[in-house]
Design a protein around this ligand. Sequence first.
Ligand code: NAD
Length: 478
Amino acid sequence: MQDFKMWIGGQWVDAHSGKTFATTNPSTGEEIGLVPWADAADVDKAVKAARAAFPVWSKKTQAERSKILVKIAEAIRANAAELAKMEGLEHGTPYKDAFGVAMGAADKFEYSAGIAPTLMGEHIPVKDGTLSYLQREPAGVIAFIIPWNLPTIMTAVKLAPAIAVGNTCVLKPPSINSMIGLKFAEIFSKVDMPAGVINIITGPGGSVGSAMALHPDVDMIGFTGSSETGKRILADAGKTCKKCVMELGGNNPVIIMDDADLDASLKVLGWRQFNNSGQHCSGPGRYYVHEKVYDAFINKFIAYAKTVVVGNPADEKVTMGPVVSREHQNKVEAYIKKGIEEGARLVFGADKPEALKKGFFVMPAILADVTHNMTVAREEIFGPVAVILKYSDKDDIVALANDSPYGLCAHIWTRNIERGMQLVNDLHVGSVFINCQMLTNEQPWGTSVKESGIGKEGSRHGMAEFTDLKLVCINYNV
Ligand code: NAD
């Protein structure tokens, strides 16, 4: 078992209490690493380190900061194989996928280095003799709390734009994927960057995360995770009126119209459903399939599911690893059971091989004949389980799709772009994908719709969230 330390103020430290907790390999159920179990005193130490670094870092020129971000990108690329192995070990991601994700994390730093200099203030014309403008400033000390579903990319998505524009940060990785967060700390430690710009602290959300949200010297919270936790953080952060950017849960409708290209749709949706064991916030939550293509869609989905190779991510042939924890495995399997009990038809669901029973594996499953009010159609399953509903021209598909406490994104498959564009206007969600699914560095993600979040992440828009606009007004006619 490997021992890890936290990265605070440019030093490797244990929790002040000396306590640790173990993280687990989800493919085997074995404990693999011991990480510090921080508490509020450690959070305070990390926030103080970030506060001390703030004047140093924020006063660097943009060009100086961007150069350091490029060096971080290079260091991540140089360590991408190790990061990918770590993600396979602690998160269960197949190596090829994990390597791509690690390289994507490097790109986020390089991209942020490139666009930060283009984020500017604004001149406000007022009257002769007066100069008024908006000056863009970093938000300050930002506390980041991230989820386990995409630990590598989330670390980069949060830290890169935030430090690019002069903020200093304390990041808490999800406790079950703490080793991945601390692997990043090791990479950051090798880059010549002022101490305290990035601090990585490990521990349970309920104590460490909450202490971060409550800390009076944290200026802003950047959170990704479930809507339930998001609401708790908002309540904690509200006590000191912190700015919060929240990327929360979803139960994304997928509308397969009667003229959809089913083969093309399954290439994208099948991958999205089973990649990362279905643990994607933007993934398909509930498929509304037009009755004319319903049977054909299901048959093609089954054919796709049969191609998924489930197993230990270290095996090159494997395309889907375990889900992240025993708790999550139980939750996802309980949803499959509940769906069947409520009347859904399990049209695909292989038995679990004996060799996979020790790990936290959930076999790909397809539930058909689901109806709108069944639990599996209402709640976010977050696993390799496709939930398929039939609709006809008599149904109000917009009302069905919008009837959810979430509004993260929607997917539409149709050859009739005019109908698709009408849906774009009518769906109350933050992002709509028609006949595709992609998210590049230039495209902002996130939404302020319903319980799916507050604010944007990624692109110039997400970076701007990490800044404040100060109004300056000067009477020079004196
Ligand atoms: P979670 O809410 O359980 O945990 C997220 C983080 O919050 C973890 O680091 C956890 O330790 C911490 N935490 C837990 N309780 C806390 C508290 N009281 N105070 C402060 N921090 C606390 O989420 P999860 O299970 O790790 O991730 C899955 C969820 O994340 C899903 O709902 C998914 O939709 C959502 N998600 C959303 C997006 C998005 O972009 N909208 C992206 C990825 C995941």
